[in-house]
Design a protein around this ligand. Structure first.
Ligand SMILES: Cc1ncc(COP(=O)(O)O)c(C=O)c1O
Length: 397
C-alpha cells in the first residue's frame, strides 16, 4: 500500500458528539452517521484504541479483559451476585449461549414474543430441541404481566421466563420490572435479552431480579461489533454444568476457563475488547446509564417531533417508545419510494434501516450511538431534502 494510502486508511472522522464543530459529512468518503440498531457510530477515541496488535496472553490485555467484565456487571448493580461471561460473536451468540447453558435439557421456557427477537429465541430453542410455550402479543403491544402470572401458575413445568427488554423490531420497551417480580414470586428464572437497552435504559438487578442479562459490545455502550456477553447469577451458572448443547457456546466452560487463568478458551476478539474498554471509559465520564439515557432521549425527542412535523407517523405511542430506535409507517404518497429515499439520505451521509415489522410497511431510524442533537437535526434536514427531491408533500401513511 503506498504511504499516502496507508495514512488515509487510518484517517478517522472526529467524534460527532465530542467535536463541537463537527459537520454533517458531505462526501461519500467520510464515515456515514448510522441511524440504525447497530453497529453504530463510534467515537474517534474508541476506533483509535484498536490501532495496536495484542497477544492474547499479554498481561495488559488480560487486565483490560478483567476490567471490562467487572464494569459490565457493575452497570446493572450486580457486582456481588453475578459474573460477566463474554462470548465471541454477535449478540445472538450470547443469547444462544445463555439459553443453551442456563435452560436445562428438561427445562421449559415461557417466551414472551412481540417481535423478531422474541421469535429468534423460539427458533434457538427449536434448534436445541428444548421445550417452550410462546406468549405472543402484537408488535405494538407489550405482554400483560397478569397474563404472564396466569400462565406460570397454570403450568408448573415452566422453569424459565425469556423476554426482550427493548424489542428492536419496533422500538417498544417491555415491562421488565413487573415480569421480573412475577417470575421471582413464582420461583422461575428470568433470562433477559437486553441487547438494545443495556447501558441506556436503567436496570438494577437488585430491584429487578434476572438470572441472566444478555447484551453486546456494539450497541449503547458504543463499542464495535464482535462480542456478546451474559451477566449471569453466579449460583445459576454453577448449577449449569453439563447443560450446554455446544462446546463453543458453553457459558459454563467459558467461565471456568476464564476464572482459572484469566484467559479466553479460544481466540479472543482482542480489538473489540480493547475498544469496549475505551468506550466504557467514555460512558462513565458521560454519566453512565443516566447520561446515556438523557442523550438518547433528547435525540429521540428531536427525531420524533421533527418527523411528525413532516407528517410521518410513529408505530408506537410515546409511552411505549424506548429512546433507542423509532419505527415510522411508510408514507402513502405514491411518489415515496423507500429505496430512493434511502439512497438520498445515504448520499447526504445518513444511513437508516428498513422496518422489520410483519404488520405494516415501515422504516426505522435509530437514536443511539455517538451522535447528538447536531446529527439528529442534520438527519431531519436530510429527510426534508429527500422528500423535496422525491416530490413528496407529506410523510403521512
Ligand atoms: C433485542 C435484540 N436481540 C438480539 C439481537 C441480535 O444481535 P446480533 O444482530 O448482534 O446478533 C438484536 C440486534 O439488534 C437485538 O436488538
Amino acid at each position: 500500500m503506498p504511504r499516502s494510502a496507508a495514512r488515509s486508511h487510518l484517517r478517522v472522522r472526529k467524534s460527532p458528539v465530542r467535536a463541537k464543530k463537527a459537520r454533517r459529512p458531505k462526501s461519500k468518503l467520510r464515515d456515514p452517521i448510522l441511524l440504525t440498531p447497530g453497529p453504530l457510530t463510534t467515537t474517534r477515541a474508541t476506533k483509535e484504541a484498536m490501532l495496536r496488535d495484542w497477544g492474547s496472553r499479554d498481561a495488559t490485555f488480560i487486565a483490560i479483559n478483567a476490567r471490562v467484565r467487572d464494569r459490565l456487571r457493575a452497570i446493572v448493580n450486580a457486582s456481588d451476585t453475578h459474573v460477566t461471561v463474554p462470548m465471541q460473536g454477535s449478540g445472538t451468540f450470547a443469547v444462544e449461549a445463555a439459553l443453551g447453558t442456563l435452560v436445562p435439557k428438561n427445562g421449559k421456557s415461557l417466551v414472551l414474543v412481540n417481535g423478531a427477537y422474541g421469535k429468534r429465541m423460539c427458533k434457538i430453542l427449536d434448534y436445541m430441541g428444548r421445550a417452550y410455550a410462546a406468549y405472543e402479543t402484537a408488535e405494538d403491544t407489550p405482554p400483560d404481566p397478569a397474563e404472564v402470572d396466569r400462565r406460570l401458575a397454570a403450568d408448573p413445568s415452566l422453569s424459565h421466563v425469556l423476554m426482550i427488554h427493548c424489542e428492536t423490531t419496533s422500538g417498544l420497551l417491555n415491562p421488565v420490572g413487573e415480569v421480573a417480580q412475577i417470575a421471582k414470586a413464582r420461583g422461575r428464572a428470568l433470562l433477559l435479552d437486553s441487547m438494545s437497552a443495556f447501558g441506556a435504559i436503567p436496570l438494577d438487578l437488585k430491584a429487578t431480579p434476572c438470572d441472566a442479562v444478555m447484551a453486546s459490545s456494539n450497541k449503547n455502550l458504543e463499542g464495535v461489533p464482535g462480542m456478546g456477553f451474559v451477566i449471569v447469577r453466579t449460583e445459576t451458572l454453577k448449577a449449569a454444568k453439563g447443560n450446554a448443547h455446544s462446546l463453543s457456546l458453553d457459558l459454563y466452560d467459558q467461565w471456568q476457563a476464564m476464572e482459572a487463568n484469566k484467559q479466553w478458551r479460544f481466540t479472543p476478539p482482542i480489538h473489540v475488547i480493547v475498544a469496549l474498554d475505551k468506550a466504557i471509559e467514555q460512558f462513565d465520564k458521560a454519566g453512565g446509564v443516566k447520561g446515556r439515557n438523557a442523550r438518547y432521549s433528547a435525540n429521540c425527542r428531536i427525531l420524533v417531533d421533527g418527523m411528525r412535523k413532516m407528517g410521518f407517523v410513529t408505530l408506537l405511542p410515546d409511552k411505549l417508545q424506548a429512546p433507542i430506535i423509532v419505527t415510522f409507517r411508510m408514507p402513502k404518497d405514491p411518489n415515496f419510494k423507500f429505496e430512493r429515499f434511502y439512497e438520498l439520505l445515504k448520499d447526504q451521509g445518513y444511513v437508516i434501516y428498513l422496518g422489520k415489522l410483519t404488520v405494516a410497511d415501515s422504516f426505522r431510524m435509530g437514536c443511539i450511538g455517538a451522535i447528538g442533537s447536531r446529527e439528529m437535526k442534520g438527519a431531519l434536514s436530510a429527510v426534508r431534502n429527500a422528500l423535496r427531491e422525491l416530490g413528496v408533500k407529506s410523510g403521512a401513511p
